[in-house]
Design a protein around this ligand. Sequence first.
Ligand SMILES: Cc1ncc(COP(=O)(O)O)c(C=O)c1O
Length: 503
Amino acid sequence: MTGSDGTGAGRQAPENRAMAFAADLSKAGELQMPREQMLDLGRKALDLVVERIEGLPGTRAWEGEFRQVLEEQLLEAPPEDGRPVDEVMERVVRDVLPLSVRLDHPRCFGFVPSSPAWPAVVADFMAAGWNINQCTWLVASGPSQLELVVIDWFRRWLGYPDGAGGLFTSGGSAASVDAFVAAREAAGHPERATVYMSDQSHSALVRAAIIVGVRRECIRMIPSDDDFRLDMDALARAVTDDRAAGFTPVAVAANAGTVGTGAIDPLEAMAGFCLAEGLWLHVDAAYGGFAAVTERGRRLLRGIERADSIGLDAHKWFFQPYEAGCLLVKDETNLRNAFGVRHDILQDTVWGANHPNFSDLGLQLSRSARALKVWMSVQTFGMARFRRAVGKGMDLAARAEAHVRASPVLEAMSEATLGIVCFRVNPAGGGLDEVALDEINRTVLARMFWDDPAFMSSTLLHGTFALRMCIVNDATTWDDVRETLGAVESFGTEVLSNFGASA
Ligand SMILES: Cc1ncc(COP(=O)(O)O)c(C=O)c1O
């Protein structure tokens, strides 16, 4: 007996047909690899990554290439037929991956470096291998529970009450967007909304305000004082003036700490002000928030627990691979109200109030399982070691500042509040004017960039060019910091003599 197609398939029981179809599919899988090849490729990748990490101290902290060169190497149509995977891997390791700032290099002090803990790196691989989509409880209950656990750790570290909640985000930028959406919705989405932040705030905050629909001319950059902390009087004046002019102040963003100097805005005063004025207080703690795991950091961040929302970046000072941002909100219903949108296709995912769908709390539906890496690394090393690792950054920055202050060549430009120290080449009594100092220090930075294995960056502090070191890598030693400062002093002395000045 045969079916209409002559194969007999039409006569099979439905379950047999399903099994036959599945077997066909697995045979026909175009993108499958045999087990041995999977293991071989995985082991090679593992060896290469470990080798890279072990080799970091012997390399430069930066490597890069110009676009024209890279286009010649890499710009091509995708191949119609594949190549041996070993070749593909070799090419990536030779031509692509090394061309980047080695942010986990012990002498990487530029921007905000990061040095991911190994169990966290492995966790990212496992999350990808398990193919977790951390969107709803139905789709990923285990990872959702883990996200609840880690968010609860963060809540406690920051001093937030029960009822606070939040979610993992790609980073601090996404956390700021989610926070401003929540603030805007809590304020009833008013016309002519204004937001306030200091002139030291990260550009991510400005961008977030634009994304949520605040007009550029309604983003108020409040001046900071000599310590790079937001000026409270200026904030109060701006809010009063705006109300008088018919604007609707909605939110204030505080820094903890600023990416320029690590300065922490007057959090207690800002919280009191926002409460009195009915404004949402968001604290951008993307850089400095995890200092809260230490006693010292907790003291410095006092008042943060009064904010309506806090943005954190575990891929900065909590030793996680990218991406590991987080938004905490004091009252989680604000996020739910802002982001909860019913969708017919997701009706099966509603499991009642105790089974949260993280996609209802922020802008992403499909999400990677970011909490897994934090959980695995904290479970492996324990908080005592994490606390010491964070504390070490503060110790080294304080020591770097002391070195700068004792140096005959260098001038401290900011206090090392958290893990950042800003300074410049400017010998005491050198009598150099600002124009000369600008040029000298830009030249010194260029010398460091090309002629020293360390990588550091710069900033403008109230318009003045400053060299900047951010010291938050767990593998960095005092020798790394001291020798880098020594190189700056030595290039500085050379450059000064070219300018006819001396140290
Ligand atoms: C203080 C601060 N806020 C926000 C951000 C933006 O965070 P992300 O790059 O994770 O989006 C950064 C990034 O450096 C930062 O340092």
